[in-house]
Every structure is written in C-alpha cells, then in structure tokens.
Ligand binder design. Structure first.
Ligand code: NAD
Length: 267
C-alpha cells in the first residue's frame, strides 16, 4: 500500500523538488499540493511546476482540498507551518515540517502538538547531515572540552533566516554533549575589539551568496591541529528524498514529536 502524501508550499524551491521526489518514490502516492491563496501558481499542474511534465494534479489553496492525504509535507514559512499544525491535528493527519527558523517558544508548541498527532520537525532532512550530527556528538565527547568550537554555514542569497536551522542544531548537539547551555555559550558573529576567545563559547559564522544549496562545517581547533567536519549539499533533491523517507516512516508511527534521528534510527 502506498502512503498518500500532500505537499504544502509546492511552488517554492523545495516544493518543486518535493513533487519530483514524491512522484519518483515507489511507496508514495502524491495526491496534491498547496500554494498561497494569492499565488499566481494556483490551479497549476504539479508536474509542470516541477518540470517533469503534466501529472493531472493541480495546486489548491485550501488544506481541506487535500483531505485524502495521510501525511502532509510542509516546507513553507514559520507562520504557515504553525497554522498547518492546527489543521492537521484537527483532521488526524501526520505532518513533516521542513520549515526552519522557529524560536524556542514555537518549537515548544510543536512538541506539544506531538502529544496528539504524529509530527516530525526536521530543519535538515538530508541523511548525510543527520549522520554528521552523530559525528559531532562523538567528536565533542572526545575533544570538545579542550578545543575551540566554531560553526560555519553558507547558503544561497534568498535564504531568509540566519544562522541556518542546521547550524543551530549542530551547536545544540555539541552543547548538549558538553553539558553547556547554547543560549549562554553561543556567539553569533564578531566585530571590532572582541578580546580573546573564551573556551566555553561556540561561535557561528554565516555566508549568504549566489546559489549555494547548503554548506556546514564544525571546527574543533586546538593549538597545532584541528578537526573539521563538513557537509555540502549540491542539490535540493537530497532534502526532498529525506523528506519522503520521513513521510513514509511517519505514516506508521504513533502520535509523538520526532526528528530525523528517529526516522533514520540513529538514536
Ligand atoms: P521558498 O520561499 O522558495 O518556498 C516557500 C513556499 O511556501 C513559497 O512558494 C510560498 O509561496 C509558499 N507558502 C507560504 N505560505 C503558504 C501558504 N499559506 N500556503 C501554501 N504555500 C505557502 O523557500 P524554500 O527554499 O523552498 O524553503 C522553504 C522552507 O524550507 C524554509 O524555511 C527553508 O529554510 C526550509 N528548508 C528546509 C530544508 C530541510 O532540509 N528541512 C531544506 C531546504 C529549505
């Protein structure tokens, strides 16, 4: 039996890749997708949007028009994703959220929703990135206490939030492993007379340029040597394929709040 999936925000950069990934996935049946009510892509064929030829499914502007779906995949905006949670909860739908940039209070709300629906919050759905989180944990455990830890990320010029959700999650994984509070030890950018670096801090640096799909590096630097753990995404299809994995996994999960580590069995 195929899992019936709908894509929210399907005219976006990720949305178009998600359509293609869903179409090509052997265990997923794409039943439709949404665009904003004011969108010039309302009523467009999903396949045409993704550049893979007409599929006979047209974009809709109301979630109720996608009621046939079991799992919704949402790569839209913070406000929209938070609204979509309520609708999915009321209609007993599972939800994969790929949108990034939620603050602590919003993440708390999403976690609470997990008490009455199956929900995956995945600021990065790439399998490689989630494996990298595991490598960061191992490295932080071994050398994190005496090395300088810095996180660098680069993305395309259109990205709206910074640092990326993935960079923040990298910092969170390292801070949790070392028993630090990221809110207290994070340093976001430096300018002017910054004085010597304090050992406890975790620094973040951001680049926004051109069409960079997504690059992340964690430095664990000592005097005389350093380890760099890097992930580079070269196509958005990697995120789209990971989102399909999450949707398929979530279709069989109980109510709960999950992340990609759950989906990939890395916990
Ligand atoms: P984008 O701006 O190209 O696409 C977002 C789309 O959502 C737009 O087409 C917009 O019109 C649509 N949208 C907004 N409100 C809507 C609504 N109410 N109904 C229907 N559609 C609506 O952005 P993008 O690059 O595709 O990224 C989208 C989000 O996904 C961002 O938060 C981004 O950071 C995140 N992202 C996550 C991953 C991941 O692996 N989880 C990977 C890439 C991007």
């Amino acid at each position: 039996m195929k899992v019936k999936v709908a894509i929210l925000g399907c005219s976006g950069r990720m949305g178009r890749n998600l359509i293609q990934a869903a179409h090509e996935h052997e265990s997923i049946e794409l039943i439709g997708g949404s665009v904003r009510s004011s969108s010039s892509f309302a009523g467009f064929d999903l396949g045409e949007l993704a550049g893979i030829g007409a599929m006979g499914l047209t974009t809709v502007t109301e979630l109720s028009q996608l009621n046939e779906a079991e799992v919704f995949i949402d790569f839209t905006s913070i406000e929209t994703s938070l609204e979509n949670i309520n609708w999915c909860k009321e209609h007993n739908k599972a939800l994969v959220i790929g949108t990034t940039g939620f603050n602590d209070e919003q993440v708390h709300r999403i976690k609470e929703a997990g008490q009455s629906m199956p929900i995956v919050l995945a600021p990065n759905t790439s399998v490689g990135v989630n494996l990298m989180f595991k490598l960061l944990e191992i490295t932080a455990k071994a050398i994190g206490d005496y090395t300088d830890i810095e996180i660098f990320e680069a993305h395309h010029r259109f990205k709206k939030d910074a640092p990326s959700g993935t960079a923040v999650k990298m910092g969170q994984v390292i801070a949790d492993t070392l028993g630090r509070d990221l809110n207290e030890c994070a340093v976001y950018g430096r300018e002017g007379i910054t004085e010597e670096r304090s050992k406890e801090t975790i620094g973040f640096a951001t680049v926004r340029a051109g069409d960079i799909v997504g690059e992340h590096t964690a430095y664990f630097a000592d005097l005389g040597e350093r380890i760099e753990i890097t992930h580079k995404a070269s196509s958005r299809m990697t995120f789209a394929l990971g989102a399909m994995r999450a949707a398929f996994w979530l279709s069989e999960a109980d109510n709960g709040f999950y992340d990609m580590q759950d989906v990939l069995g890395l916990k």
